[in-house]
Design a protein around this ligand. Structure first.
Ligand SMILES: [Fe+2]
Length: 1095
């Protein structure tokens, strides 16, 4: 602009644009001052616009009319006040907070938390009315002032305000500007110009006004000093000095709290808006808005509608403390009104930093209510609402809302970190606190070209992509060469952006970024549950409540107990849904259940207690699910104080060694076999190698082991569930020091005529997820085979005919009755329960749980039962068929089921031999025992215990037969029953079912697909519950058997001593294992072996 006219007589100035520009072809402005006692300033502009677009042109003209000319007049006024007639003052203060964060507060026109004593502001356009509490230090005790935004420039961190209305000045303007002086330091310059009221001199005005403004800036400084003070926090945190107003405290209160895995400031930022923004995380409301004038400040009222009941509720924001992260609101009304009258309903939300990335959110509500019986109902509803908020916040911070594709291209002019030498640069890319990815290392160059592409998940709260350039050092830590950041706000979804980033530290980094936002946040598994189940929130169950329920149940059972009844066979009834499956071929059962076979009240009480512990634990599962972090954590949510986690297993389960170890020491040690027969090995698996040896070489060296899930072949499929009949090959891996262990060769899931895919540690190098999924299919098959065949079939159901036959034909004083009685304790009772629940013909609860469904599991057992032979299944025989013997000629280490089993078998055999030798002089005495022979006939005939000798002519057979019975109902059942909780409670280790088959094609599957195939945590409660209930330790261990104590005391003594010696031996071995950091095998320690199938 150039001055073209200055006329002192008319007090007129005229300025002109020197030459046309893109906005104006010509531009002239005139300023005229008139008046004598008061000055009047007139400014006018004349211009010819150069703006072609009609709308833009109109906007520019409007801007002149509405803003520019008026602002210029005020600028003139401000100049006059500042330089001629009024007062001006400037304060500089350094504040301990980053400029961005401080601007986030001060630059927010709605926010008055940084102004001392300001309680709230009502904003309308560029004006706001600030209410101050009546404090004499603040603008002379004036209650309200009006402020108008004159100038606002975020890029310059600059804001100019004029205060009008009830100010003790004729004119007041303040200019606030922020300058960054460090990562967490900002210099605030605060300048004001003021024209005091006419009855006040400039000096008296300065005397009180300068301290007022100085105090305001000092307050700002103190606010953040406290916030970043790492020292003593015993001093109560500083909020606005006046603190929250005192609210009436109701007689009742509700408390809910939970954690959100994000920094407290970020959680607060999201939570803070009082209006419709809450719907983003508080999903139980249909709509929410702040009532007119619609300003989100203390005193505003929000009204919302609940989705579930459609109630309209109004709440007022009573207090908000952004420093301490506290909010208080009160309930004003509810339509339709609740059936009871509620009053003084104040809710306080407090957010506390727990860790750098964790925030505890606490809701506390106090209220009064007209009738006290409604209190718990109200509390439940409130807790539900509060937990929905906490869970929603958690979900918001951890939902994937998009993906970011990053291409790390090249870099130039990077700083030198190794003196003369060129660096070996690589880049680590992370989206905020997400999992970082790393490029390859470019060797010996300052101009690296990586050209690598990554895909990173973007969560809703993500703001920055951080690139860190590092120099790979062979010795010591890698040096940081520099960093560069990109704010995601700079990117447009669906558009690729090429960027040359300045590396802080020196140089340029060339990247390409492509942001793709989903339409809706993608909810990870587990979090879905939180949304759907968060409302019916249960409080944890107290121990005293558990005891009371147990006692009540015990008393109930006691009242049913009556005199004994007859033992009779009945055949299993066909499933209502599958009348074609002939379940009557199953081992016979006992019905009706004789009352003396019922559980003792004590045992029923213990079972009930365990059930209640489980329920008590499940009550909090939503809270735990809301806190999940890791990939497998949703399934860890099943664990609690009542239900402990097998931490070691959770650490190790994905490893091959652990997978193999479980075949020897886990829940199902019944399937591994030494492979000596090439025809058992599928052709596709012949190429597998272990320690450089081929499958056949390993077989030659007695080092090849096989698991063949052939029983799964005949199982009918159920829609939505997928299973295979896998074949697993393992080998004995020779370790240093003459040690060895079982390790993995490979898995083949299918048995098709064409080509079958084999998954192995080798294939895992390129397809790690497929390999893991193949292993999961194996353990899922194992779970089904273990439960239906070995556990339910061969032990529980298979042994029941013996109990009925014994009570029918062997009188109570018969030595065999005496011998067997303790070993049949509770078997009919537990089987009765299983038949009426787990495999009930009407509503079998195993149906949704297992891959085979109930019918598939029962068909599998039926197929195998048709081939079953009781005597062939005797422990030594069964092991021999799988290639194992007492001498451990198989050379396999750590097969403790085999080691301890043989020892226990021998103790049993000595015991039974002693008894038989006492009771029967010779074979003829056995043959002459009619009761015994009838017992055999009944068991094998109507009892349908296949392979049981129809008659027993020799003492030897009698000994073998009785040893087999006792071993099967005690040691065998204990070995495959009690490890259930240890191995089944963490679902990924042994899922009962998977919902997808192995994907075809040459590519690896996504890890998310593996997770999706697992039953989600809410459907796994039954597996956890069953494993917990059925692992309830027996209170009648084999060491407590006294069957022979009175009749053959020597037999009893020897049995007892041998058992205790064996227990000591096993305990010592286990101590040694623990010392080596290995897992102890405790299930066949006689002190842990139940004398009967009693659970
Ligand atoms: Fe069992």
């Amino acid at each position: 602009m150039k001055l073209v006219e200055k006329d002192d007589s008319t007090r007129t100035w005229r300025v002109q644009e020197a030459s046309p520009n893109e906005l104006y072809k010509s531009y002239e402005m005139a300023i005229k001052v008139s008046g004598t006692t008061t000055a009047s300033v007139t400014i006018s502009a004349r211009f010819v616009s150069a703006i072609k677009n009609a709308d833009d042109r109109r906007n520019d003209i409007a801007y002149h009319k509405v803003h520019l000319l008026g602002a210029t007049v005020r600028d003139v006024l401000n100049f006059v006040v500042a330089e001629k007639i009024g007062r001006k003052h400037r304060i500089d203060e350094e504040v301990d907070i980053s400029r961005d964060k401080l601007w986030g507060i001060m630059g927010n026109f709605n926010d008055v938390t940084w102004i001392p004593n300001a309680s709230f502001a009502q904003v309308s356009g560029d004006s706001k009315n600030i209410t101050f509490s009546n404090d004499p230090n603040c603008f002379g005790g004036h209650g309200n002032v009006d402020a108008r935004l004159v100038w606002y420039d975020s890029s310059d961190w600059l804001m100019v305000l004029e205060y009008t209305g009830r100010m003790p000045t004729k004119f007041y303007r303040e200019k606030i500007q922020l300058f960054s002086t460090g990562p967490n330091k900002t210099r605030v310059t605060y300048e004001y110009t003021a024209l005091p009221d006419k009855d006040e001199t400039g000096e008296t005005f300065d005397k009180w006004f300068i301290p007022t403004i100085t105090n305001r800036v000092a307050y700002l400084k103190k606010m953040f000093e406290d916030e970043f003070d790492d020292g003593d926090h015993d001093v109560s945190p500083s909020g606005p000095p006046s603190g929250p107003p005192v609210f009436p405290k109701g007689a009742y209160s509700t408390l809910a709290q939970g954690r959100v895995n994000a920094p407290v400031k970020e959680v607060w930022k999201v939570f803070r808006p009082f209006g419709k923004d809450c719907l983003e995380y508080w999903k139980i409301y249909e709509s929410m808005k702040i009532e007119p004038p619609g300003k989100d400040v203390v005193g505003c009222v929000r009204s919302f509608v609940t989705s579930k009941t459609g109630s309209h509720i109004k709440e007022r924001l009573e207090w908000r403390d952004d420093i301490n992260h506290v909010e208080i609101y009160s309930m004003l009304s509810m339509t339709p009104p609740p059936p009871v009258t509620m009053s003084n309903v104040y809710t306080t939300i407090t957010m506390t930093e727990v860790g750098e990335k964790e925030t505890e959110v606490k809701f506390e509500c106090t209220f009064d209510v007209s009738v006290s019986f409604a209190v718990s109902r109200i509390q439940d509803n409130q807790k539900g609402a509060y937990m929905a908020c906490i869970n929603g916040l958690q979900q918001l911070f951890h939902s994937e809302v998009g993906t970011l594709e990053v291409v790390v291209g090249s870099a130039a002019d990077l700083a030198r970190t190794d003196g003369w030498f060129d660096a070996d640069p690589y880049v680590v890319v992370a989206v905020n606190d997400g999992k970082p990815v790393t490029t390859k290392v470019c060797s010996a160059t300052q101009k690296p070209i990586w050209d690598e592409r990554f895909q990173l998940p973007v969560t809703s709260r993500t703001r920055n992509v951080i690139f860190t350039v590092l120099d790979r050092d062979t010795v010591g830590q890698d040096d940081i060469m520099g960093t560069a950041n990109v704010n995601l706000d700079e990117l447009t979804s669906g558009k690729e952006k090429k960027m040359a980033l300045d590396v802080q530290g020196g140089g340029t980094l060339n990247v390409r970024l492509y942001l793709k936002m989903h339409d809706k946040p993608k909810e990870p598994e587990g979090e879905k549950l939180v949304t759907s189940l968060a409302i019916p929130f249960l409080a944890p169950v107290a121990q005293s409540e558990l005891d009371a329920i147990r006692n009540e149940f015990t008393n109930l059972i006691t009242s049913f107990l009556g005199p004994g009844q007859k033992y009779e066979y009945v055949y299993m009834q066909r499933l209502r849904t599958h009348p074609d499956v002939p379940l009557e071929e199953y081992p016979a059962a006992c019905v009706p259940m004789p009352t003396q076979e019922m559980f003792t009240p004590h045992k029923a009480g213990r079972l009930m207690q365990r059930l209640m512990e489980f329920i008590g634990s499940q009550a909090q599962i939503m809270v735990r699910l809301a806190q999940v972090k890791g990939l497998w954590d949703p399934w860890k949510a099943n664990f609690s104080g009542y239900l402990p986690a097998n931490e070691r297993l959770i650490e190790e389960w994905q490893k091959d060694e652990e997978f193999c170890r479980q075949y020897l020491q886990g829940i199902n040690p019944m399937v591994v076999a030494l492979c000596k027969d090439q025809s058992r090995i599928p052709a596709e698996m012949l190429g597998l190698k272990g320690q450089g040896k081929t499958t056949l070489q390993l077989m030659e060296e007695n080092r090849l082991f096989i698991v063949d899930y052939a029983p799964m072949l005949g199982v009918p499929a159920t829609p939505g569930k997928f299973f295979y009949a896998p074949i697993v090959l393992m080998y004995k891996e020779e370790l240093a020091g003459g040690k060895s262990r079982l390790n993995m060769l490979g898995i083949q899931l299918t048995r098709d005529k064409g080509k079958n895919e084999v998954y192995s540690p080798e294939s895992a190098k390129t397809q790690p997820n497929k390999y893991m999924f193949a292993k999961m299919h194996v353990v899922s098959a194992d779970n089904n085979v273990h439960q239906f065949l070995y556990h339910l079939g061969y032990t529980h159901l298979g042994m029941e005919p013996l109990v009925v036959a014994m009570h029918t034909h062997l009188p109570p004083d018969h030595p065999i009755h005496r011998l067997l009685l303790p070993h049949f304790r509770d078997t009919i009772g537990i089987n009765y329960l299983a038949r009426h629940s787990l495999v009930s013909r009407i509503f079998p609860i195993t149906d949704p749980m297992f891959a085979t469904s109930t019918v598939g599991g029962l068909v599998m057992f039926l197929n195998e039962w048709r081939k079953y032979n009781f005597m062939d299944m005797a422990f030594p025989e069964e092991l021999k068929r799988r290639g194992f013997d007492e001498a451990r000629s198989d050379g396999l280490e750590g097969y403790f089921y085999r080691d301890d089993g043989f020892k226990l078998w021998n103790v049993y055999k000595t015991y039974v031999t002693g008894m038989v030798n006492h009771a029967y002089a010779d074979d003829r005495a056995v043959q002459a025992d009619k009761a015994l022979q009838e017992f055999c006939k009944m068991t094998e005939g109507p009892g349908q215990l296949n392979g049981f000798p129809r008659e027993i002519p020799t003492k030897k057979l009698l000994i073998d037969c009785l040893t087999n019975i006792i071993f099967n109902v005690s040691a065998q059942h204990s070995a495959i029953n009690f490890p259930q909780y240890d191995y089944y409670s963490f679902i990924p280790n042994r899922p009962a079912q998977l919902s997808s088959p192995m994907p075809d094609g040459p590519n690896d599957m996504l890890q998310s697909a593996v997770l999706e195939a697992l039953p989600p945590p809410q459907f796994t409660s039954l597996q956890v519950l069953l494993s917990y209930m059925l692992s309830m330790p027996s209170q009648t261990a084999i060491t407590g058997v006294e069957a022979m104590k009175e009749v053959y005391p020597d037999v009893h003594e020897r049995f007892n001593t041998q058992l205790l010696d064996l227990s000591k031996e096993i305990k010592a071995r286990n101590e040694g294992l623990k010392g080596e950091g290995k897992v102890a095998y405790t299930y066949l320690d006689p002190e842990n072996v139940a004398m009967s199938i009693d659970i």
